[in-house]
Design a protein. Structure first.
Length: 400
């Protein structure tokens, strides 16, 4: 496959995350009203999806090491399409939550394989750069997701917004079936043996580079998740922003994320991995402090309340364009022969951490930005401390 095709495929595979969440965001208030759901139930559609997403990767990872990336991708994307159809047709909130669980489980195969593909094809530093290019593609997809979701809700209804996921899934499945070639050079026939699995998990979980980059990618993802899971309620319901306006804000965030990934690629060449992450940590920490300070000072009304949320997130999302590609590629870099298992374990840790955070947010949201800002600052601090300490000590992966 040409490098351009690889980047395009990576963009679509990684882009399944924002399209599954961001198109959905402007629909949340209408969905809640139409199905008569509580705030906890609405948050459960996020939290349950994430839990299934993370847990399923523990199965998909070894399967892909045994049978290859291509069959797992085709099965996973096919299941995603069916689960997306079930979401569109769900008549009640419990059935919608169940469909989102299935959707998350299928999504786990897709994202896990994307990270493993990078390690199959590239050494660590080049892998970080290619992951950054793939995440730039994710950013391009994310640019249109929230505005498109808002438009679908305004013109039709929330079910029309969810139907966008069906179209995306069908198109991606067709591209994989027609153009994607297997990247795993030598499948491991013992990958599913209990003894092999246990030794693999043990070796991965004890490796300091994996632990470092898994913490970095997890903290960066959870901080973003906090914003995604709460921002529509804060900006639309509490601050009166229109759905289309909210979509435009999310599109702007995606543009900044693309700029962050572009900057990441250039800084990696100039500074290397550790120095680049070190300075990005200062940007992230500044974003967390600013969000918390503005929220607790009472900036919760009129136009300045909107900017009190948007501006800190703008800082965060630029640095997120550094932390995520470096973190996700770094977790698999030391394990060229166990990339699927390493990718799966990292994905599980990310989602298992996000799940209780989502449950807490469902109970803590009080109509202001304060609960969001408190948790946001916590995870921005974790990112910064990891970037300043662990990445500097263990951030240079040595393949096993």
């Amino acid at each position: 496959m040409s490098p351009l095709l690889v980047v395009g495929v990576l963009g679509l595979l990684l882009g399944i995350q924002p399209i599954t969440t961001d198109v959905y965001l402007p629909a949340l208030p209408a969905l809640q009203q139409d199905l008569g759901a509580s705030m906890s139930q609405v948050q459960m559609t996020f939290a349950a999806l994430l839990l299934a997403f993370g847990t399923s990767q523990l199965v998909w990872g070894p399967l892909s090491d045994r049978y290859g990336r291509r069959p797992i991708l085709l099965w996973g994307m096919g299941a995603y399409v069916l689960a997306s159809i079930a979401c569109v047709l769900a008549p009640t909130m419990p059935l919608l939550i169940a469909a989102r669980v299935a959707q998350g489980a299928a999504m786990g195969a897709v994202v896990m394989c994307a990270r493993a593909i990078v390690r199959d094809l590239y050494p660590p530093l080049e892998g970080a750069r290619m992951m950054s290019k793939g995440l730039s593609g994710l950013g391009v997809i994310a640019v249109v997701c929230a505005p498109l979701g808002g438009l679908m809700v305004e013109l039709l209804n929330w079910r029309a917004a969810l139907a966008v996921l069906v179209v995306f899934g069908l198109g991606t499945w067709a591209l994989l079936a027609l153009r994607f070639q297997e990247t795993l050079a030598a499948p491991n026939p013992q990958a599913l043996a209990p003894g092999t699995l246990w030794r693999s998990w043990k070796a991965i979980a004890r490796h300091p580079t994996f632990l470092t980059y898994s913490l970095l990618s997890t903290a960066s993802y959870v901080a973003l998740y906090v914003f995604l899971a709460t921002s529509s309620f804060v900006l639309i319901q509490a601050l009166g922003m229109s759905k289309l306006g909210y979509g435009a804000v999310m599109a702007g965030q995606s543009v900044l994320y693309i700029l962050g990934t572009i900057g990441c690629r250039r800084l990696l060449v100039r500074w290397g991995i550790q120095r680049t992450v070190f300075y990005a940590g200062f940007v992230t920490f500044s974003a967390g402090l600013l969000m918390a300070a503005l929220a607790w000072l009472g900036w919760g009304q009129p136009w300045y309340g909107v900017w009190a949320v948007i501006l800190p997130q703008a800082l965060f999302i630029v640095a997120h364009g550094v932390h995520q590609p470096v973190g996700q590629s770094g977790t698999v870099a030391p394990f060229p022969r166990m990339a699927g298992a390493a990718s799966a374990l990292n994905g599980f840790v990310m989602m298992a951490t996000a799940f209780p955070v989502g449950l807490w947010l469902g109970q803590a949201m009080d109509g202001t930005a304060r609960p969001m800002a408190l948790v946001y600052l916590l995870w921005c601090t974790v990112i910064a401390v990891t970037a300043w300490t662990l990445v500097q000590r263990h951030g240079d992966p040595e393949p096993r």
